[in-house]
Design a protein around this ligand. Structure first.
Ligand SMILES: Cc1cc2nc3c(=O)[nH]c(=O)nc-3n(C[C@H](O)[C@H](O)[C@H](O)COP(=O)(O)OP(=O)(O)OC[C@H]3O[C@@H](n4cnc5c(N)ncnc54)[C@H](O)[C@@H]3O)c2cc1C
Length: 448
């Protein structure tokens, strides 16, 4: 073992934790992957996501003028985003920060720029990792299609597409003929599309995450089945990770618990305002149609993709608490859109073969993950809060985590992802840049 080798406990075996555990094992560290459930199991969003590995997933949910849509989110039960009334008072502070984070075009662009550094080469990285594990078939580099009714429909999101282009996402416009040549089963209502040339997808995210964890074990990592409850930190030095079954002594720890990271982050010195953006899928095991390329149809805003288990429509954003009961009407909305988008499908909502799933995206109000050393203890690394693009961002996040554990310079600028950006710097405190004291809820801005 190298002299710099450490014992690292990675807490959580979703896409982020499993990717980090593998990368750390490759670096020669002794790794304990701590997970209470099955790695990649249906309890986690790493299982039921839309499978997109897209360099175009850099657009934050919050953009200029979004506030105008809030009444719709509260009253329209069939839209792609909804807020459950009962949870509104608790969610209000997060929502205010969420709206403010995209208030101006400059903020919107800054977030997209930061996210692009995480996602730029995500498809290559995933394909390379899957190949190294001997599972190349899990990642398909077919490109990804965003389909619109017409060009005017696309122009409603002019800023988002402009920002993608400015940040180097390679895209090709497809007219009606070309679009329907790629996707003959698509409804003729769609007459225009954008092909994200370098986009890829994972045909079975749950199996992929399990394979990452298995590969880490082949390189010497241990899977420990328990739940982390805190840290043993003395005088700022980490001695171990506390679990339901005792303390695991270690030199470093990684918090990669998705939506459940908040209490552990607090114990490591950081209050992170994270909430769940709840999502759903409906899966048709033996669809009557085929798709050679995954599609995001504008109506319904859902990822439509053939996975190893059938045709999956994955999407919806529901703001409610983490553990609220699923509202299966939301997966029925996805099925209605699916039937409209693919007229040959004709799927009966009562069909017993349909599979429905609900899971929680770990979302910060500013749309960026938290990837940084913890404020209370530099040996603890945060790696959570990836919202809508955690599957795609797994490999780059793992590279950053490995660099922070080893004391190397991370491969990209990580200041936009610092947990410290959420620290309240009240009246009279010195601001890093911009904003008005006591008014700006995002006072610490270190983005370029
Ligand atoms: C409907 C939907 C569609 C999506 N589509 C896409 C997409 O197309 N592309 C994309 O890139 N992203 C997509 N996402 C987002 C992506 O799935 C998430 O960002 C990602 O899965 C988060 O991974 P994670 O490893 O951080 O968290 P998780 O997958 O939640 O993993 C965290 C793990 O930590 C474990 N854990 C929690 N607490 C503890 C503890 N105390 N001790 C031990 N273990 C613990 C949990 O059991 C879990 O296994 C989508 C999400 C949803 C819901």
């Amino acid at each position: 073992m190298e002299p710099t080798s450490k014992h690292v406990v990675v807490i959580g075996a979703g896409i982020i934790g499993a990717s980090a555990a593998l990368r750390l094992a490759e670096d020669g560290h002794r790794v304990t992957l701590l997970e209470a459930e099955e790695p990649g199991g249906p309890h986690s969003p790493s299982f039921g996501n839309g499978t997109f590995l897209s360099p175009a997933s850099i657009i934050p949910m919050s953009g200029p003028g979004l506030w105008r849509n809030v009444p719709g989110y509260l009253f329209d039960r069939t839209g792609p985003l909804t807020i459950r009334w009962r949870h509104l008072p608790r969610l209000a502070p997060w929502l205010v920060r969420f709206l403010l984070s995209g208030w101006t075009e400059a903020r919107f662009r800054r977030t997209a720029t930061a996210l692009s550094t995480l996602l730029r080469d995500a498809p290559e990285r995933h394909a390379e990792i899957a190949g190294r594990m001997g599972r190349p078939e899990l990642i398909r580099r077919t490109g990804l299609i965003h389909a619109f009714i017409d060009r005017a429909d696309m122009a409603k999101e002019r800023l988002a597409w402009e920002v993608r282009r400015d940040l180097g996402v390679k895209m090709t416009e497809l007219g009606a003929d070309e679009l329907h040549r790629h996707l003959p089963a698509l409804s003729s209502d769609y007459t225009f599309a954008i092909l994200v040339n370098e986009g890829a997808h994972c045909v079975d995210p749950g199996t992929y995450v399990a394979a990452l964890a298995d590969q880490a074990r082949r390189l010497g990592a241990t899977l420990r089945r328990s739940r982390a409850t805190g840290f043993d930190i003395r005088d700022g030095v980490l001695l171990g990770v506390e679990t339901q079954d005792g303390t695991i002594p270690c030199d470093a720890a990684v918090i990669a618990c998705g939506c459940r990271s908040k209490p552990l982050a607090r114990r490591a010195g950081d209050r992170v305002p994270m909430e769940s953006e709840r999502g759903y899928y409906v899966e048709v095991p033996a669809p009557a149609i085929d798709l050679s390329i995954p599609v995001m149809p504008q109506e319904g805003r859902m990822a439509n993709v053939i996975t190893a288990h059938g045709l999956r429509a994955s999407g919806q954003v529901e703001l409610a608490s983490d553990d609220a009961a699923p509202d299966w009407r939301r997966s029925d909305i996805l099925l209605r859109h699916l039937n409209r988008t693919w007229p040959g499908l004709k799927m009966d909502p009562e069909d017993p073969s349909l599979r429905r799933w609900q899971g929680n995206r770990p979302s910060t109000p500013d749309g960026k993950p938290v990837i940084s050393p913890a404020s209370g203890c530099q040996q603890i690394v945060h790696a959570f809060g990836h919202g809508h693009m955690g599957l795609a961002a797994g490999p780059m996040t793992a590279e950053i985590v490995a660099a922070l554990v080893a004391g190397r310079t991370p491969p990209i600028e990580i200041s936009p992802f610092a947990a410290a950006r959420f620290k309240w710097r009240g009246r009279g405190t010195k601001r890093v840049s911009g904003g008005q004291p006591g008014r700006d809820l995002h006072p610490i801005r270190r983005e370029a």
